[in-house]
Design a protein around this ligand. Sequence first.
Ligand code: CMC
Length: 389
Amino acid sequence: TGFTTLDQGFVNTASTKSAITYIDGDAGILRYRGYPIEAVAKNSTYLEVAWLLIYGEIPSESELSAFDDRIRRHTLLHEDLRRFFDALPHNAHPMSVLSSAVSALSTYYEGSLSVKDPEQIEMSIVRLLAKLPVIAAYAHKKSLGQAFLYPDNSLSFVDNFLKLNFGTMAEPYEVNPVLSKALDRLLILHEDHEQNASTSTVRLVGSTEANIFASVSAGINALYGPLHGGANEAVLKMLREIKESGDGVSKFVDRVKNKEEGVRLMGFGHRVYKNFDPRATLVKESADEVLEALGVQDDLLDIAKELEAVALADDYFAERKLYPNVDFYTGVIYKAMGFPPRMFTPLFAIGRLPGWIAHWREMNLDPATKIGRPQQLYIGEPERTWPER
Ligand code: CMC
């Protein structure tokens, strides 16, 4: 019964109902649980927004402190999992490390991976939020050949993460509050974005009743691609190439317009936003503030600004409604903070984790959920006869 319509890339097809995030792409509106992103980003913390996304309301002070406390008490990785990193090459891309380690993480909790038991689900949520930043920091430390630090649970979520990345065994580490506030803000801006590719992946895997670790690990792999979360790393690569080529921004823009193989303006364009990406506006403000506060001068920021100006003045981009997206300026900020480009997409993953969790949980609690199973239009051979031998 019924008929099948082709919707390549799911441009018109809603895969679910959801009450978590609202986007109006034409008006440049993004709201978490009804709250405009601009207000959320100014007045909150990562964990507060995580709670809002997952449970639907702003947490009370006591709810938030209990949540924060519980997460702090679950930051340690099993010692055997610390050794898991020994088996990987030092130059492994941290996104591969992240997805593998999240899959591996679940093996330590096989007795509590039920997708039906609310207590086990809450426990898994806490474990994921607590341990993903530690895994990401270890992937970073591994690439530097430095010893892993143990989490310091006297520190806030973001401060702990900064210390795990930039602290060493040799010296005490003082968290710079400017850096901490800026990173918190960037993570908040990434926390949810409704049915993007990675979140849809988490939901699709979760719809099979696979556990939340398996679902999130799949989401991390979906985020890895340069058209999605990998764009932040790709933007920095592009800016560096423009700088090193000495050709100038206009030449590069011409190559994009000529659709030279593999040349796109990374950090531009969005499936949903067709006027501006409200996150990009907030990130651009942060870029100036953070670089100034950290006393960093970076030619790449100047190139990015020039590139944005040239592209926005060009009909090619206007006709196609291409504007800077959230990934355009984040890399320059992460670089100023001291992160290597390969850590940019893992930072996106830590940011997006609460969104993945919120969607997995929403789907899991919804009695109307069915296994995700798209249709196809078959274009292959009609029936053929297998040769007689
Ligand atoms: N540079 C140059 N041309 C572009 C770009 C770009 N970044 N994005 C789209 N176009 C052109 C595209 O060539 C096409 O032109 P034409 O009609 O002449 O063939 C037209 O714009 C429509 O593009 P599309 O590929 O159909 O658009 P889409 O909605 O399928 O893709 C996108 C959205 C984000 C994948 C795409 O804009 C892109 O590849 N951007 C660069 C990668 C990027 O920055 N990704 C991050 C997205 S935001 C955060 C996140 O999800 O991670």
